[in-house]
Design a binder for this molecule. Sequence first.
Ligand SMILES: O=C(O)CCC(=O)C(=O)O
Ligand SMILES: [Mn+2]
Length: 199
Amino acid sequence: MIHHNDLLDDGELLYLPAFLPRPDASQLLQQLSNEVSWRQEQITLYGKTHDIPRLQAFQGEPGLHYRYSRLNLTSTTWHPAIASLLPRLEQLCASQFNCALLNLYRDGNDAMGWHSDDEPELGQNPVIASLSLGQNRRFLLRHKQQPQQKKIELTLHHGDLLVMSGNTQHNWQHSIPRTRKALNPRINLTFRQILNPSA
Ligand SMILES: O=C(O)CCC(=O)C(=O)O
Ligand SMILES: [Mn+2]
């Protein structure tokens, strides 16, 4: 795997613009928009229930459980168009993926707050492959121990792939900020490997 350590000091980020050619990305965006059972999940904070600001789905091998950002997700079966991407992604990342979190950002109000993908079921140094479809969105990274350090900013475009690995989740948080601009929908797929799924 190629590492782009010029982007992060103590993490590993591989950025592959146009990993999917435009026609393939557009077809996948259409299919997933129409054919995925998108869910509005809710979280309860200080006794108040809120809709999370995006729609989600969790797909993968049957019977996987993922406790993610106060949500308890159970896998539904792979969309065939996603399953058909797996061999290429696994080869590129030299890793296996048994699930993916799908996020649908309907417009600029939909977003994802600062977090690391550091759930225990992903193990020590997870490899997370993130495929973007649709609207360009800003993707920010900030250092956890040195928050005053300058943030890293990428724009993720239709068909781009970003792979986070190594120490990235220990040392960095990432987010998709909200914006007042009128934006079109974006779908992001993050491929992950849940270890010891039966445990
Ligand atoms: O939408 C993105 O690019 C990021 C999604 C993300 O961070 C996640 O699903 O954990
Ligand atoms: Mn994440």
